[in-house]
Design a binder for this molecule. Structure first.
Ligand SMILES: NC(=O)c1ccc[n+]([C@@H]2O[C@H](COP(=O)([O-])OP(=O)(O)OC[C@H]3O[C@@H](n4cnc5c(N)ncnc54)[C@H](O)[C@@H]3O)[C@@H](O)[C@H]2O)c1
Length: 253
């Protein structure tokens, strides 16, 4: 029995590590997916990898008109919207907050918070029609502090407030909203952060991060995708307003 048969999903950041893995799992589970991301070439490649159940739209999630357009595109192509995976995000830079570039702080907040607010704002009217749901990609950085990544940590904490508010508002219309909080995952983003924390010695930084995870390793993107499938599926039909860590025990203590 497939978990997402006949469901229509939008996945923002859909050509990135976690987004693409999620799109593949969604299609295996019977969904049709619209991938939203910035680069046409990467999206074309992603859709070619996934097959005919996937399509794409180039859009910047920080832009209201483009956010409204990706919701409209899903409804135009597939006739309905059941699931929004609000996953697009950026890491910013690694700098103590006294040196943190103000423009970069604003950019991280724009993509990671405003982008998800806009997705909720424009998707809710369509999700109301299907009693659909939203899965927001936060992070363990949304549950606790980490030095030198103030913008990222701030943005991922902000998503908890946004998720909880959206869950309470959405419940009036049968819409569920939850967030996922991964520990480090094997994607481009972690390579960038490892290099930021230990320039020229990213491999050493990785070992240090992995040691801080009780299961002693990074997650694979598929392992996050499986959690998204669960929250987006009817198996989670009474689950809303929840922060789900998928973190190898990192936040257990
Ligand atoms: N990799 C990790 O260790 C990790 C851990 C916890 C949470 N996360 C979160 O998971 C999500 C996905 O990250 P990932 O690891 O797959 O990284 P990634 O860089 O591979 O993917 C992020 C995707 O978002 C897209 N994106 C960025 N800005 C955008 C914008 N303005 N409009 C549309 N798309 C935009 C990028 O082009 C990219 O394809 C992010 O929100 C990230 O913060 C990642």
């Amino acid at each position: 029995m497939k978990e997402l048969s006949n469901k229509v999903a939008i996945i923002t950041g859909g050509s990135g590590g976690i987004g693409l893995a999620t799109a593949k799992r969604f299609v295996e589970e019977g969904a049709q997916v619209l991938l939203v991301d910035l680069e046409k070439a990467a999206l074309e490649q992603a859709v070619a990898d996934i097959g005919p159940q996937a399509s794409f739209l180039v859009a910047d999630v920080t832009d209201p008109a483009q956010s409204e357009a990706y919701v409209a595109a899903a409804v135009e192509v597939y006739g309905r919207l059941d699931i929004l995976v609000a996953n697009a995000g950026i890491e910013g830079v690694v700098q103590p907050l006294t040196d943190y570039p103000i423009a970069m702080f604003d950019k991280v907040l724009a993509v990671n918070v405003r982008g998800i607010f806009l997705g909720l704002k424009y998707a809710f009217p369509e999700l109301k029609k299907t009693k659909g749901n939203v899965v927001i990609m936060s992070s363990v950085a949304g549950l606790g502090g980490t030095p030198d990544v103030s913008a990222y940590v701030t943005s991922k904490h902000a998503l908890v407030g946004l998720m909880r508010t959206a869950a309470l508002e959405g419940a009036r219309d049968g819409i569920r909203v939850n967030s996922i909080h991964p520990s480090p995952v094997e994607t481009r983003m972690m390579r960038s952060l490892e290099e930021g924390f230990a320039p020229g010695a990213g491999g050493e930084a990785k070992k240090g991060f992995a040691t801080a995870i009780p299961l002693q390793r990074y997650a694979e993107p598929d392992e996050i995708a499986d959690a998204v499938v669960y929250l987006a599926s009817d198996k989670a039909r009474f689950v809303t307003g929840v922060r789900l860590p998928v973190d190898g025990g990192m936040t257990a203590d």
